[in-house]
Design a protein around this ligand. Structure first.
Ligand code: CA
Length: 271
């Protein structure tokens, strides 16, 4: 394959050799997973120690990170949380012996994309890896082809780079999931979007985070972009249903009155 084709990827829009970071401290399991992923045409780097894994994750660009939860040094959730805090958008799939619902939710709340309880069939792991890589390739392409950028109030955000600048001139790098939720709301601006619709669009059918997870993501978006997160003017709660995004600050106040936006009327409440 020539250099151009390798750079651009082909067909599905995926890079021709996806780079996967596998963090797993059970040596035989790590070896088995790595061999299988390499047979599928992926390039795999294995780390077995939590703190080193975080460095490796942040030092390079990856198409996917597979994180075991119980690790020496730093657990998988914490690696994910810290990576997200430092602006990494890499898709993350957790592997864990702990298959409890609470742990799945913890993983998703830490910023993970999917969760596979141990023991699992290698075939299932490969299918999930495939699905994540396909989905992110599609999303990247969709963002790149429209060069999408959204401006709301004095905030601006790019769906291509996941970088944004908020009204107070702070720069933000959104996680993949935050960006997907923002995209979902922006695409349906002005409409009430049900929590279930957000779950389906952003997480798909394979995992089932609670609706509380969505609420937490919305709180994070408000903290980033709302001048007063307690009285949102962009990300409105529609109680018992979901959320509504308005692109221009909606304060239901007469236009031309500069005090309107800071007045205490209930701009963020459901009507
Ligand atoms: Ca382990």
């Amino acid at each position: 394959m020539n250099e151009e084709a390798r750079k651009n990827g082909h067909g599905s829009g995926r890079r021709s050799t996806p780079k996967i970071l596998l963090v797993e401290d059970e040596r035989h399991l790590a070896q088995g997973i790595a061999e299988n992923l390499e047979d599928e045409g992926h390039h795999v780097t294995v780390e077995s120690h939590g703190a080193r894994a975080l460095d490796t994750l942040l030092d390079e660009t990856w198409d996917l990170a597979i994180l075991d939860v119980m690790l020496p040094g730093l657990d998988g959730f914490e690696i994910c949380r810290r990576a997200r805090t430092q602006g990494s958008n890499v898709p993350i799939l957790f592997l864990s012996a702990r298959g409890e619902v609470d742990d799945r939710i913890r993983g998703l709340e830490a910023g993970g994309d999917d969760y596979l309880p141990k023991p699992f069939h290698l075939r299932e792991l490969l299918l999930r890896v495939d699905r994540i890589l396909d989905r992110t390739a599609r999303e990247t392409q969709a963002g790149a082809s429209t060069g999408e950028e959204v401006r709301f109030g004095d905030n601006v955000f790019s769906f291509r780079t996941y970088e944004g600048l908020s009204w107070d001139e702070r720069s933000h790098t959104l996680t993949h999931k935050e960006a997907m939720i923002l995209r979902c709301l922006v695409r349906r601006r002005g409409e009430v979007v049900k929590r279930e619709d957000i779950l389906e669009e952003v997480w798909g059918h394979e995992v089932f985070p609670s609706t509380r997870t969505i609420d937490n993501f919305i709180l994070r978006l408000r903290k980033r972009f709302e001048p007063d997160p307690e009285r949102p003017v962009f990300f409105h709660t529609v109680r018992g249903v979901g959320y509504r995004f308005t692109q221009a600050p909606s304060a239901d106040a007469p236009s031309g009155d500069p005090r309107a936006l800071s007045s205490s009327n209930e701009s963020g409440s459901p009507r």
